[in-house]
Design a protein around this ligand. Structure first.
Ligand SMILES: CC(=O)N[C@H]1[C@@H](OP(=O)(O)OP(=O)(O)OC[C@H]2O[C@@H](n3ccc(=O)[nH]c3=O)[C@H](O)[C@@H]2O)O[C@H](CO)[C@@H](O)[C@@H]1O
Ligand SMILES: C=C(OP(=O)(O)O)C(=O)O
Length: 430
C-alpha cells in the first residue's frame, strides 16, 4: 500500500512546469477516434486516467504510442465499439467514448462513468444529446447502449451548464448530417480546446467558448497534430502553495487567462500574483485574509480548486466560507482535515472554516484527486509528519506529485507499507 508522507515545510519557493490538462486530454483522446487518419497529440500527461484510456484503446483496436512526449493515435483499426464496463467505470470521462464511437460506428456499449465520487454526478445531459441527435439509449445495470441508424443535426438546449456534455455534444454531432445548434453551453477552456482540435482535423464547429455553438456535420476527418492546453488546475494548486508560509512559486507553461478567478481570489486572500505570457508567479506575503468563495462554472472559481484553497484558508486567521455550487457535496476532504486539527463545519453546500489554528500531522485518506492535493498542502503546513493514503486518486490526475512539490522545496516522499502495518493503522485510526 502506497502512501505519501509529508513533513512540515517552511516557505515553498521554486518553479514547476505545468503538464497538459488532464480534462482536455481525456476529451482529445476520445475525439481522436473520430479521425480517419493518424493523430499526434502533444503534452498528454502520463497519468493513470490516460493509461486506462490506452488500455481501452488497445481493447477496441485504437493504437496509442508514446514518442518523445507526443502520443500518436491510430484510429484506423478500431474494430469494436464495446467497452469493458470495469474500465469505463475506472475514470469519469469514458462518456466521451460513448459520443465519439456512436458518431463513428452508430452503436456503442459502455460502462457508466466512474471518477471522483461527489455523491451525485448525473449524465442526463449526455443522454439527452444522444437522443436529440436521433439515438436510442438503453440503460442496464452496469452499462448502457446507445444506437442510431443515422445521427441528424438538431437544436439542443442544455438544462444546466456542463462542460462534459457540451464536449460530448460536439463529439457526437461532428459527423451528424446537417446542422446542430447547442444553447446554454459551458465555456470552459477544455470545450474550446476540443473544438479547436476537431477543427484542426477538418470539423466545422463555430462559437466554442460562447454559450451558443454551431456544428455543421462533415463526413470525413483528417489526421493532424495538436498540442493540448496546460492544466490550469495543477497550476492553480501550486500558486496556492506559495501562500502557505510566505513563499514564491512560479508555474511555467501556463495560459494565465485560464486562471482569472483564481488570481482574483488569491489576491483577495493576500497573495501577490504576477503574470507573464506563459508563466505566473505567486508571492505569499505571510498575511492571509479569511474570505468567502463560491465555486461556479468557468470563468467562475473552479470547483476543482476549492479543496486545495481550503488548505490555504486553514492558515488565514478568521472565518472563511467555501460554498460549492457545482458539486454541493464535495466535502469529503473535511473530516480528513479535522484529523489534523482543522476546525471546519459543513452545512448544506458550504464549509465554514475557522482559520489560523495550529495543524498537527496525522494519518489521512485522499478520497479524490483534488482532496489529495488539499491534504498534501495541509500536510506541508502541519507540524510533524502527515501520512496520506489513497494515492491512487491523486495519480489519476498528477504525473509526479512528489517530484513536482519537491521542486518548490516541499518535504515529502512516497512510502510503502505492508498489509499488516496497514491493518494496524486502520485500528489506530478507528
Ligand atoms: C473529466 C472532467 O473533465 N472532469 C471535470 C468536469 O466534470 P464533468 O464533465 O463531469 O462535469 P460537468 O461540467 O458536466 O458538471 C457541471 C455540473 O453539471 C451537472 N451535470 C452534468 C452533466 C449532466 O449530464 N447533468 C448534470 O446535471 C453536474 O452535476 C455539475 O453540477 O467538469 C467538472 C466541473 O468543472 C470538474 O469538476 C471535473 O474535473
Ligand atoms: C473531478 C475531477 O476529475 P474527474 O471528473 O475525472 O473525476 C478532477 O479532476 O478534479
Amino acid at each position: 500500500m502506497k502512501y505519501i508522507q509529508t513533513e512540515y515545510s517552511g516557505p515553498l519557493s521554486g518553479q514547476v512546469r505545468v503538464p497538459g490538462a488532464k480534462n482536455s486530454s481525456l476529451a482529445l483522446l476520445a475525439a481522436a477516434c473520430l479521425a480517419d487518419d493518424c493523430v499526434t497529440l502533444e503534452g498528454i500527461p502520463q497519468i493513470d486516467d490516460i493509461r486506462l484510456i490506452a488500455e481501452i484503446g488497445r481493447d477496441i483496436g485504437m493504437k496509442l504510442q508514446w514518442e518523445d512526449g507526443q502520443v500518436v493515435v491510430d484510429p484506423r483499426w478500431i474494430h469494436s465499439a464495446v467497452i469493458d464496463p470495469g474500465k469505463a467505470s475506472g475514470y469519469r470521462a469514458s462518456y466521451y467514448f460513448a459520443g465519439a464511437l456512436l458518431a463513428k460506428f452508430g452503436k456503442v456499449t459502455i460502462g457508466f462513468p466512474g471518477g471522483d465520487d461527489f455523491v451525485t454526478r448525473p449524465i442526463d445531459q449526455h443522454l439527452k444529446v444522444f437522443q436529440a441527435l436521433g439515438a436510442k439509449v438503453e440503460l442496464h445495470k452496469d452499462y448502457y447502449v446507445v444506437e442510431a441508424a443515422e445521427l441528424k443535426g438538431a437544436d439542443i438546449f442544455f438544462d444546466t451548464l456542463t462542460s462534459g456534455a457540451t464536449i460530448n455534444a460536439m463529439l457526437t454531432a461532428v459527423r451528424a448530417s446537417g446542422q446542430t445548434r447547442l444553447f446554454n453551453c459551458a465555456v470552459d477552456p477544455e470545450v474550446v480546446d476540443t473544438a479547436a482540435f476537431l477543427n484542426r482535423l477538418g470539423a466545422r464547429i463555430y462559437g466554442a467558448g460562447t454559450d451558443h455553438i454551431r456544428i455543421e456535420g462533415v463526413s470525413y476527418l483528417n489526421g493532424g497534430i495538436y498540442a493540448v492546453i496546460p492544466d490550469r488546475l495543477i497550476a492553480g494548486a501550486f500558486l496556492m502553495a506559495a501562500g502557505l508560509h510566505g513563499g514564491q512559486v512560479t508555474v511555467a507553461d501556463v495560459i494565465p487567462e485560464h486562471l482569472g478567478a483564481t488570481i482574483a481570489k488569491l489576491e483577495e486572500i493576500g497573495l501577490q500574483v504576477e503574470c507573464g505570457e506563459t508563466h505566473m508567479t505567486a508571492y505569499g506575503t505571510g498575511q492571509l485574509k479569511a474570505v468567502r468563495v463560491r465555486t461556479g462554472m468557468y470563468p467562475g472559481f473552479a470547483t476543482d480548486l476549492q479543496q486545495p484553497l481550503t488548505a490555504l484558508l486553514l492558515k488565514a486567521k478568521g472565518k472563511s466560507i467555501v460554498t460549492d455550487r457545482v458539486y454541493p457535496k464535495r466535502f469529503a476532504h473535511v473530516p480528513q482535515l479535522r484529523r489534523l486539527g482543522a476546525e471546519i463545519d459543513v452545512r448544506q453546500e458550504s464549509a465554514f472554516i475557522r482559520g489560523g489554528l495550529p495543524l498537527q500531522g496525522g494519518w489521512v485518506h485522499a478520497t479524490d484527486v483534488r482532496a489529495g492535493i488539499c491534504l498534501v498542502l495541509a500536510g506541508l503546513a502541519a507540524e510533524g509528519t502527515t501520512s496520506i493514503t489513497g494515492v491512487e486518486h491523486i495519480e489519476r490526475g498528477y504525473e509526479d506529485v512528489v517530484g513536482s512539490f519537491r521542486a518548490i522545496g516541499a518535504r515529502l516522499a512516497i512510502r510503502e507499507m505492508d498489509e499488516r502495518e496497514w491493518m494496524g493503522q486502520m485500528h489506530v485510526q478507528g
